[in-house]
Design a protein around this ligand. Structure first.
Ligand code: GRG
Length: 299
């Protein structure tokens, strides 16, 4: 399905914007230690759909924040995401040589530098939000920092990855699979949207609640679609190795439910994401279109 033109223009503008914010935020390749800074920029720039940044911008604007209020949060969540991909690709984790259509960071720079680059990207994410450049009240910054830290840690993404590692070769039930993905993928997606929402100058509890429900559903939908694409798409389209889940004997929505039911589940989660936005008209259009993009994506 072709997304509406307005969304296509908006998402392109936001993807260009986040690329600029990230390019400026990261140390230059010429700054010592050069190999570390080169690896950080390699891992972050010039690739990726930037779905998490789009979530931050769409939810933030919906709640009344300006783009300038959202920039640092959108960049921070993309830095954490890039960090997780660098570590995830390493031999001790998922062991993948290809990411975003190019050699994984550890293949390009070696394991030790990749490990450090991931660590430094994580620190930079928090530094950006705490920085004086972000002109929002300190109390809002603390809320945003807490949200990102929680989503990244052992009760969020790192915890989800741990469950994933422990459950390789084990058949999970659907609730167990949902719990693993809610942490591994969903927590950061949810945080992205909430950080955008928390960036608004005036707190609108109802809108924040709508974003909360929306983001939980769409975070899980993203992962269901990821499982479908891993089974159906090819490596060159995905820019990462296709068919890894089956190769590594992982429980996925496709192995658990079959392709057709997994597709129905993605559609049902899409509808669940839209439900809390029903009370809102045009102001929620980008969130609705983003939900459609996430569930219809081909890579
Ligand atoms: C984060 C504390 C901490 C440790 C690392 C390695 C790890 C723990 C977590 C890995 C989490 C992970 C890799 C989840 C997969 C999420 C996922 C579906 C990635 C693909 O996201 P896309 O399609 O990628 O948005 P692009 O390239 O478009 O940005």
């Amino acid at each position: 399905m072709t997304p509406p033109l307005q969304f296509a223009q908006w998402s392109l503008a936001m993807q260009t914007r986040i690329e600029d914010v990230l390019t400026t935020a990261m140390p230059a390749e010429s700054e010592a230690p050069k190999s570390l800074h080169q690896a950080m920029r390699y891992a972050v720039l010039g690739g990726g759909k930037r779905v998490r940044a789009l979530l931050a911008y769409a939810a933030g604007e919906f709640c009344g924040a300006t783009l300038e209020h959202i920039d640092q949060s959108a960049a921070a969540v993309e830095l954490i995401h890039a960090f997780s991909l660098v570590h995830d690709d390493m031999p001790c984790m998922d062991n993948d040589d290809l990411r975003r259509g190019k050699p994984s960071t550890h293949k390009q720079f070696g394991d030790a530098t990749a490990l450090l680059a991931g660590d430094a990207l994580q620190s930079l994410a928090f530094e950006l939000i705490a920085s004086e450049q972000l002109l929002i009240p300190a109390a809002q910054k603390v809320t945003i920092l807490h949200c990102l830290a929680f989503a990244t840690g052992s009760r969020g993404m790192a915890g989800g990855q741990s469950i994933d590692l422990e459950s390789t070769g084990i058949k999970l039930t659907q609730p167990q699979l949902a719990q693993m993905h809610a942490l591994k993928t969903g927590a950061l997606m949810h945080a992205a949207a909430m950080m955008g929402a928390y960036s608004a100058p005036n707190k609108d509890i109802q809108k924040q609640h709508a974003v909360d429900i929306f983001a939980k559903a769409i975070g899980l939908a993203f992962q269901v679609v990821d499982d479908i694409l891993d089974a159906e798409a090819d490596t060159s389209t995905l820019g990462k190795t296709a068919g890894k889940d089956a190769e590594q004997d992982k429980s996925t929505y496709v192995t658990l439910l079959g392709l057709d039911t997994a597709k129905e589940l993605a559609q049902s989660l899409y509808q669940q994401a839209l439900a809390p936005l029903e009370a809102y008209s045009q102001e929620a259009d980008m969130l609705r279109s983003l939900a459609s993009f996430i569930t219809q994506r081909q890579f």
